[in-house]
Design a protein around this ligand. Structure first.
Ligand SMILES: Nc1nc2c(ncn2[C@@H]2O[C@H](COP(=O)(O)OP(=O)(O)OP(=O)(O)O)[C@@H](O)[C@H]2O)c(=O)[nH]1
Ligand SMILES: [Mg+2]
Length: 384
């Protein structure tokens, strides 16, 4: 291993079984280095059975005098994930600017100077080489492979609210300082996606390029990678949700939950009505029985909607859920009695008209129901 402690740009190249490509790509990078810049390459090899790591080391040792950049090889003992390999390389990087690229000629080294330039010249924090930006393209992929990639990209963009055209790109450059303090899971194949989701307030630029399918060596894209991808998206999605909850003010959260609770209540009236009608008309049930069943139906559907949607409680442990349901049904019954009592009091004692009394009573009991369930059934702070 050789070190270049004053490198300005570090190019991270993860490899796994790339014995046919590694020398060629290192050679091509040498011909397209950014001008007047000290560059190091960091090859991160996961103990490739075909000896890729050793080939890279030997290549550099034999050419040291002739190459315009240094090449370090990190030999990792086992294969973890592509993201963790890249992260490992980044940790060792000396440069303030980091470039990440594949070793199989899919990412043209000709673009490296442009990526670096974009970071040097402007406030840009990440530059992504994009296949899907106007002017970019993919060369040599089958229709099937294109569709898989497109679907994966759409899932990432819609699911995680990403605006960039190619968040799944494996070819990008960034200022190393922006990842300070960020905790990466690095489970998937796409570290860029994780960076875009987790690093706040950064400016991202895209440059189009033509991706070329590999000519030598085997693809590592298999079902395992695809499942890993779905897992990673799920994890990032949950991460985003958590951040959202952290950021909103108590007043916003309180009002949004109250609004959900009242919507559920309104929906419950519909359920109540439809269920009761159905029991009388289709099942010929006595109307009072039908009404009781209708109420039970709507309390049940209200309970589940409020548990899952309003109070965001995904824990459906049987015992816990039954206890919660008991409390919820109890508060609903108390609410109904309170409502009845209020209407009576307003109309009879205060001589307020019935419609107005009804509105006042319904609002009061709905609101107190919300507070009681928030605090006692779902064990939340009232103001949150
Ligand atoms: N260190 C390390 N490198 C990996 C691993 N998996 C893939 N790579 C490297 O990461 C780059 C991208 O992997 P590829 O297999 O080319 O993935 P792809 O471009 O989506 O698919 P193909 O080009 O069709 O194979 C290549 O340089 C691989 O050698 C890994 O588990 N560890
Ligand atoms: Mg590839």
């Amino acid at each position: 291993m050789s070190n270049h402690s004053n490198a300005e740009v570090s190019i991270i190249i993860p490899t796994y079984n790339e014995s046919e490509n590694i020398k060629g790509i290192l050679h091509l990078i040498n011909e397209h280095l950014p001008k007047n810049t000290i560059v190091e390459a960091i090859v991160v090899d996961d103990n490739s059975p075909d000896g890729t790591g050793k080939i890279a080391e030997d290549y550099f040792n034999s050419l040291k005098e002739k190459t315009k950049y240094t090449i370090n090889v990190i030999n990792r003992k086992t294969r973890e994930s592509l993201s963790s390999a890249i992260l490992n390389g980044i940790q060792q990087a000396k440069g303030k600017i980091v470039v990440v690229m594949d070793s199989d000629f899919s990412h043209p080294p000709q673009l490296i100077p442009k990526l670096v330039e974009a970071l040097k010249q402007s406030k840009t924090d990440i530059v992504v080489a994009s296949r899907y930006l106007n002017g970019g393209s993919i060369h040599g992929w089958s229709i099937k492979r294109k569709i898989i990639s497109k679907i994966a990209t759409i899932i990432a963009k819609k699911g995680l609210g990403i605006k960039q055209s190619d968040p799944m790109s494996g070819f990008f450059a960034f200022k190393k300082e922006i990842i300070r303090g960020i905790n990466f899971d690095a489970i998937g194949y796409k570290i860029l996606l994780e960076m875009i989701v987790k690093i706040k307030d950064i400016s991202i630029k895209e440059i189009p390029y033509t991706f070329a399918d590999r000519e030598n060596g085997k693809s590592k894209l298999g079902t395992k990678i695809i499942f890993g991808y779905i897992q990673a998206i799920g994890k990032l999605y949950r991460y985003g949700k958590k951040e959202q909850q952290k950021e909103t003010r108590s007043s916003v959260k309180f009002l949004s939950k109250a609004a959900r609770f009242f919507s559920v209540g309104a929906c419950g009236l519909g359920v109540n009505y439809l269920a009761s009608m159905w029991f009388t008309s289709s099942l010929n049930m006595w109307y009072l029985h039908a009404t009781i069943l209708g109420i039970l139906f709507s309390i049940t559907s209200n309970f589940f909607l409020n548990k899952y949607w309003t109070f965001e409680d995904p824990d459906f442990n049987a015992k816990k859920t039954i206890i919660q349901f008991g409390k919820f049904a109890g508060f609903s019954s108390i609410g109904a009695l309170v409502q009845l009592g209020m209407v009576y009091y307003f109309v009879d004692e205060l001589s307020i008209s019935y419609p107005i009394s009804l509105v006042l009573a319904v609002t009061t009991s709905a609101f107190s129901n919300f507070i009681l369930n928030k605090k006692w059934t779902f064990k939340e702070k009232v103001w949150s």
